[in-house]
Design a protein around this ligand. Structure first.
Ligand code: C2E
Ligand code: MG
Ligand code: MG
Length: 604
């Protein structure tokens, strides 16, 4: 056995070609030996017994042993002697078959693992059958490949298999299945995860996802699979199953387990999941059909109970089709700009003046029927159409600005609603601020946002609010009291106006508890310099209570006027300047009929 330095003169003559630059044979051989020794690739030559005739420096490094030790019983280290033994067997095999081959070779010294790409070529030189092997270290490339593989098939955060893996797994089961052996595909979505993320911040949201996936994985069988398919969505494949009852019981237990609090970073976080389930083969014979039907069932849970598991049934499919039709109609309505605004005044209940108006969007459907925003706003948010819709609303307002001025006075503020999701979106809010500036009267506008937007850890409070403030656009907290914030959170919010939700105002004169809450909101808002508006005043008693027992100055509600379409006001019925002045000087009860007449009793 020899290394490249002490090569046997009988060993293969590596310099088959004549002379390098006129060197004599001896010098030339020495040069070639030196080249082989120093090659960055590991090079070995073995004879028909597997003995190493030549080992260059890189090969010695590869196996972490001096060349002399390659044939001895040595390498102390088990891993290395295994690798060398493997080389010996490979040599015997390949020399016997006369085949060339390329393998990946893994070498470990117990600490680090390296991967080599090794090519073996049997040759006959002189009388000898020899195996020439050369190897390059591809550890780095391999690590990158492994990482890419891991990323493609395993979720980085939870380490769960990705969508592709579960899809393949389900498709494989279906392809193998001859007897219709049932399995269940459950689609899980964490309820209100966005709120949790907004409220606690993303690091806690991430930790929750990890803990959540651990609880979901707890007693899964080898043949089941859990996958995180996106943000807060998981797919669970239960295979095999006996019947629907068994799956229902299992999922009930799972839901119970999820309901226990999660302790993350000193916070006690409560979470639940909604689950839609489809069964193979009953609800579909392909992964796509099962996935879609589980999705449909999940949608049903989200809209009804949340935190429950529901199995797919055919009636849901009909509903899903109807929903798709609504979606389609909404998209078309946006393209056709079939939106209009109804306006509702905000009234000063002390001086009886109209302080401003709120623009409330309406959709004219295919049959010309007017639809209230409750039927389409959430869908527009879900479908990503809300930004366009808000710009359309602003355009509608500007189209009617003369009529607005004529009806309510040029000093009336104009409130426009913005969904909480938009409020945290700097890109939209910047464009919207620009559009308000372009109206030439930004100071007349008030943007109404629900309290969730303020509490959420988004850019709204820090980046977006100052932008509006600079333009002189007002900011109002809409529907205060029903969202996620608390009175203490109010202290951190910097808005100009706060609108107390209708649920507190209804029958306020009969409800001491709501009265207490109202007083607390009122004094805090006063201290913070925010104007308070009572929403949804419908009766004289409610108004009388607000006037008599509180210092609240402004209100909005059917008592004064339902939202009205300006163009439908008959010119004669429209409040003239005189009437408008009268509106602001007469006591409310008297003004109401005058104003109601202007609205011709039609509310939208
Ligand atoms: P909101 O901003 O809180 O508007 C007040 C809602 O309460 C309006 O319903 C109004 O018609 C109704 N309302 C006013 N006074 C009374 C009352 O005395 N009694 C009762 N029962 N209801 C009253 P509407 O127009 O159906 O709007 C519902 C919600 O849709 C709005 O609540 C707002 O959050 C949203 N919305 C309306 N227009 C837009 C818009 O352009 N963009 C966005 N993002 N949301 C909008
Ligand atoms: Mg509003
Ligand atoms: Mg409101």
């Amino acid at each position: 056995m020899q290394n490249a330095d002490s090569m046997d003169p009988n060993a293969p003559n590596l310099s088959a070609k004549p002379g390098i630059g006129g060197l004599d044979a001896g010098t030339e051989l020495a040069v070639l030996r030196e080249i082989v020794r120093l090659l960055p690739a590991s090079v070995t030559v073995q004879n028909q017994h597997g003995d190493f005739l030549l080992v260059n420096d890189a090969a010695a490094t590869q196996f972490n042993a001096p060349a002399e030790d390659f044939d001895s019983a040595l390498p102390q280290c088990d891993f290395l002697s295994q690798a060398l033994n493997h080389r010996r067997h490979t040599a015997l095999d390949l020399l016997q078959s006369g085949r060339s081959a390329t393998f990946e070779e893994r070498v470990s010294d117990g600490h680090t693992k390296r991967v080599f790409l090794t090519s073996h070529r049997p040759v006959n030189i002189g009388q000898q059958a020899l195996l020439l092997s050369s190897a390059s270290d591809i550890s780095r490339q391999k690590a990158v490949e492994d990482e890419l593989f891991r990323r493609a098939y395993y979720d980085e955060l939870t380490d769960l298999p990705t969508r592709r893996v579960i899809e393949q797994h389900a498709s494989d089961i279906i392809a193998r299945d001859l007897n219709g052996e049932p399995f269940a595909l459950a689609f899980l979505d964490i309820d209100n995860f966005k709120h949790i993320n907004d409220y606690y911040g993303h690091p806690i949201g991430d930790s929750l996802l990890i803990e959540f996936s651990k609880r979901l994985s707890l007693d899964l069988r080898q043949s089941d699979m859990l996958s995180r398919i996106s943000g807060d969505e998981f797919l669970l494949l239960l295979h095999p199953i006996q019947n629907q009852q068994e799956v229902a019981e299992y999922l009930d237990l799972l839901l119970q387990r999820l309901r226990a609090p999660f302790f993350i970073d000193g916070s006690e976080v409560f979470a639940s999941a909604s689950i839609g389930v489809s069964l193979y083969p009953e609800h579909g014979r392909s992964y796509d059909a099962l996935r879609q039907n589980a999705d449909i069932a999940m949608y049903q849970v989200k809209n009804e109970t949340k935190g429950a598991a529901v199995f797919f049934d055919a009636s849901m499919e009909r509903e899903a089709l109807a929903r798709m039709a609504t979606e389609q109609a909404l998209r078309l309505a946006i393209i056709d700009k079939r939106f209009c605004c109804a306006f509702q005044p905000k009234v000063d209940i002390r001086s009886h003046e109209i302080k401003g108006i709120e623009a409330l969007v309406r959709l004219r459907d295919d049959n010309g029927v007017i639809q209230a925003p409750g039927t389409f706003i959430n869908l527009a948010v879900e479908l990503g159409l809300i930004d366009e819709l808000t710009h359309l609303v602003l355009a509608e307002i500007m189209k009617s600005i003369d009529l607005i001025n004529e009806t309510f006075g040029a000093g009336a503020t104009i409130s426009i609603n913005v969904a909480a999701k938009q409020a945290g979106n700097s890109e939209f809010m910047t464009t919207f601020a620009k559009a308000l500036e372009d109206t030439g009267c930004p100071t007349r506008f008030i943007v109404e946002v629900t309290e969730d937007a303020f509490v959420a850890k988004t850019h709204f409070q820090d980046d977006i609010l100052p932008m509006f403030r600079q333009l002189g656009v007002g900011v109002s907290i809409d529907d205060f009291g029903i969202g996620y914030s608390s009175l203490s959170a109010l202290a951190d919010i910097t808005a100009d106006e706060i609108k107390i939700d209708r649920s507190f105002i209804t029958d306020i004169h009969k409800r001491p508890r709501s009265q207490g809450i109202l007083r607390a909101i009122e004094s805090l808002s006063e201290a913070l310099g925010m104007t308070v508006i009572a929403e949804g005043v419908e009766t004289h008693e409610e108004l009388a209570y607000l006037q008599g027992a509180t210092r609240i100055r402004y209100a909005q509600g059917y008592y004064f006027s339902k939202p009205i379409f300006l163009e439908e006001l008959q010119p004669l019925a429209r409040p003239s300047n005189e009437v408008r002045n009268a509106l602001s000087t007469r006591p409310m009860e008297e003004t109401r009929p005058a104003y109601s007449r202007a609205g011709a009793g039609r509310g939208y």
